[in-house]
Design a protein around this ligand. Sequence first.
Ligand code: HEM
Ligand code: FPP
Length: 307
Amino acid sequence: MAKSVSYSAASTRAGNRATASWRDYYELTKPNVVMLLLLTALVGMCLATPGWVDWQVLVAGLAGIGLLSSAAAVINHVVDHRIDSQMARTFNRPVAKGKVSVAHALLFAAVMAVAGYAILELAVNRLTALLTLASLVGYAGIYTMFLKRATPQNIVIGGLAGAAPPLLGWTAVTGEVHPHALLLVLIVFTWTPPHFWALAIHREKDYAKAKVPMLPVTHGVAFTKTSVLLYTLLLCLVCLLPYLVGMSNLIYLIGSLLLNAGFLAYTWKLKFAATDKTAMQTFKYSILHLMILFVVLLVDHYVPITL
Ligand code: HEM
Ligand SMILES: CC(C)=CCC/C(C)=C/CC/C(C)=C/COP(=O)(O)OP(=O)(O)O
């Protein structure tokens, strides 16, 4: 009951403006998402070289990629504040609620974007700076402004921006695009649909209410569950590639097989034996899955056990 009142952004915007704190600005950056993006970037850096990554490249690369990703997240909050104010999951966000004004949020994003680009351009290399900027445009511009409102394939296409960080980490170290880096991108790209659609199934009514054409809204929950299962099967195959091309070794093979078996079990249950909780459990597992998968890639790189 209280929530439906709070969804009215107009009634709260003016009243709450004075209460903005550093926590609101921190929340705007989607810190947990950016942390995981940075983990994938770090692994891209480490896998790019057999030795240790130069610490200056590591620090500057992660700072630049982190700042541009955070800026993209803030722009997403600004562009989406009307949609966000209509959904139970997001109505309390700082811009949707009016705690941070659009102008202040945009200034915050601009400062981070300029700082992030400058760090990458001056302390890393131009290729990484341009690719990271392209990812920001891909997520904040193409996905958020257009695709999200236009097609249920929004997150499949838009997922490319979120999948870029391993490549960004790799180019930060070598200055070149390498097929192995593209394999890491492919893993995150294939992981994104089951990650997001599991949540979208749980939040289907929210998206329908806000008129966002997410797959469960346009094609129904049953079709989305099938898509989640099929993308997870595809992910299982894609995850074999680093081993098959000789990029990774036994620790990775065993680790990824176990993690993917868990993901398949969740998505199978989601399709054929779901309870009210299964979609959210699958979503939460997806985050753990990607995090551990990239840690396993890292361990495997420094402890290369072969048959
Ligand atoms: C187009 C691609 C993606 C879409 C549409 C998407 C969508 C979402 C949504 C809607 C949430 C819930 C956010 C919330 O309630 O605060 C979420 C959470 C999350 N996503 Fe994604 N995601 C995408 C890609 C990624 C990528 C590439 C990563 C990391 C590599 C990632 C990591 C996370 C994490 C860590 C959370 C949990 C955030 C928290 O608990 O605060 N996502 N995602
Ligand atoms: C520079 C670079 C690497 C940019 C990538 C930036 C980035 C933050 C990618 C993560 C993707 C993500 C959280 C999508 C959710 O958006 P949504 O609008 O569908 O979800 P929401 O409703 O929770 O806001």
